[in-house]
Design a protein around this ligand. Structure first.
Ligand SMILES: Nc1ncnc2c1ncn2[C@@H]1O[C@H](COP(=O)(O)OP(=O)(O)O)[C@@H](O)[C@H]1O
Ligand SMILES: [Mg+2]
Length: 351
C-alpha cells in the first residue's frame, strides 16, 4: 500500500509564492510508486485548502478550492479531515508530512509545534531549531559561542524607536555606515535595507519594524556570497559550496526571484581551504542550533576570510534554488533528496 504524504505549501509569510514554486519541485520529485499525495495549501490569510493536483498549484487555482483541510492535533487521528461547506466529508490518515513552507508560520517552529502534537513524522527541523534559526538575533547569539566570525551587530526592539535619536547614537557608537538593517525574523530579503547615513538608518529601522518587533543592524560585509547545503540526521553531510552573484547592489527580493541576471554558480573558484572551512562551519552551526534534516547555511567571503550570514532550515526548492542544485552536483538528484528527507523524518522525534 502506498504511504500518504502530505505536502504543505503556500503559507502566510512573504515567501508564499516561492513556497508554491518549491512545492512543485518537491511534489514532482516524490516517488509516485511509493506515495499518495495529500496536497494542502495555506493561503496568505491562513486558510488550509486541499489542492486537487499539481496543476492546481502551478496555475494557482488551488486558492479557489471548495475543500478545506483540518490537520488534527489528536495523536489518535494521525491525520485530518476534509471539510466541504463546513462539514466533514472525509477522514484522511497521514503517514508523513513534508512542509515546504518558507518564513514565518512555516519555517519558524509554529507549524512544527502542530506536527509534534499530531504525532505525525515530518521532514526538517523541529520546533526549537526552526524558531532559533528563523530569528537572526538569536542565531547570532548562538553562533557567537562557536567563535565563528559574523558581521558586527546591534539589536534593536521596535519599542525603542520611540526614542530614535538614542537608538541612532547607540548604533553609530558601535557600527559605521553603510549598515544593513533587517527584521530579525523574516526572509527573502523582505524588509532588508542598506543605510548609508543616519536618515537612511532611521528609514530602514522603521521599515524593518513593519515586519518584526526585533531588528538587527549589521556592519556591511564587502565580499562574495557563498552557500553550503546540509543534509542528514544523527550523521550530517555538507555539500560543496555555491556562489550567488547578485544582479543588484545586494541580493534583494527582486534579484533573488525576478532578475534573471542573478547567477548561481555551484563551482566557485575559492582560495585554498575556504571551501573546507565553510563546510566545517556549516555543520557546526547546524548542530549548535539543533537543526535536523536539511538547511542551507549562508556565508560571505571578504578580504579577511569567511563570515557566517544566516541559516535557512527550509531553503528554497525552486528550479533555480541553490539547495537542490548543490546536492545534484554531488550526485543526489531531487528524487533521491526528497526520499532521504522523508526517510530521515521517520527517525526523528523532538522529545
Ligand atoms: N551584513 C551584510 N553585509 C553585506 N550584505 C548583506 C549583509 N546582510 C545582508 N546582506 C545582503 O542582503 C541579502 C539578504 O540578507 P539576509 O541576511 O540573507 O536575509 P534573508 O533572510 O532575507 O535572506 C544577502 O543575501 C546579502 O546580499
Ligand atoms: Mg539570505
Amino acid at each position: 500500500m502506498k504511504e500518504k504524504l502530505m505536502v504543505l505549501f503556500g503559507g502566510r509569510s512573504s515567501e508564499h509564492e516561492i513556497s508554491c514554486k518549491s512545492a512543485v519541485t518537491v511534489i514532482s520529485s516524490a516517488d509516485p510508486e511509493r506515495y499518495e499525495l495529500v496536497l494542502v495549501g495555506i493561503t496568505k490569510e491562513g486558510r488550509w485548502l486541499l489542492a486537487e493536483d499539481l496543476r492546481a498549484i502551478e496555475d494557482g487555482s488551488w486558492r479557489d478550492s471548495k475543500k478545506s483541510f483540518m490537520l488534527s492535533a489528536d495523536t489518535s487521528v494521525h491525520g485530518g479531515y476534509v471539510l466541504e461547506d463546513g462539514k466533514i466529508s472525509e477522514y484522511v490518515y497521514i503517514d508523513v508530512i513534508f512542509p515546504v513552507l518558507h518564513g514565518l508560520y512555516g519555517e519558524d517552529g509554529t507549524v512544527q509545534g502542530l506536527f509534534e502534537l499530531s504525532g505525525i513524522p515530518y521532514a526538517g527541523s523541529g520546533v526549537f531549531a526552526s524558531a532559533a534559526a528563523m530569528d537572526k538575533v538569536y542565531t547570532k547569539v548562538i553562533v557567537d559561542t562557536l567563535g565563528i566570525r559574523q558581521a558586527d551587530y546591534a539589536a534593536v526592539h521596535r519599542t525603542e524607536l520611540k526614542h530614535i535619536e538614542e537608538v541612532d547614537e547607540r548604533i553609530e557608537a558601535k557600527l559605521s555606515y553603510p549598515m544593513f538593517v533587517k527584521p530579525s525574523c523574516a526572509g527573502s530579503s523582505v524588509g532588508v535595507s542598506k543605510a548609508e547615513n543616519r536618515k537612511e538608518l532611521e528609514k530602514a529601522l522603521y521599515n524593518a519594524a513593519i515586519h518584526d518587533s526585533k531588528i538587527l543592524v549589521e556592519e556591511t560585509i564587502v565580499g562574495r556570497e557563498i552557500e553550503c547545503a546540509i543534509l542528514g540526521g544523527e550523521e550530517v553531510e555538507a555539500s560543496g559550496t555555491g556562489e550567488i552573484i547578485a544582479a543588484a547592489d545586494f541580493y534583494d527580493y527582486d534579484a533573488k526571484y525576478n532578475n534573471s541576471e542573478s547567477v548561481t554558480d555551484t563551482h566557485p573558484a575559492l582560495p585554498e581551504g575556504v571551501e573546507e572551512e565553510i563546510r566545517t562551519d556549516a555543520v557546526r552551526i547546524f548542530k549548535a542550533l539543533g537543526c535536523y534534516g536539511l538547511a542551507r547555511v549562508d556565508f560571505f567571503l571578504d578580504k579577511r576570510g569567511v563570515v557566517f550570514n544566516e541559516i535557512n532550515t527550509l531553503p528554497g526548492f525552486t528550479g533555480i534554488s541553490m539547495y537542490p542544485m548543490l546536492w545534484e552536483d554531488r550526485g543526489v538528484d531531487k528524487k533521491r533528496l526528497v526520499q532521504i528527507l522523508i526517510d530521515l523524518s521517520k527517525e526523528h522525534r523532538e522529545h
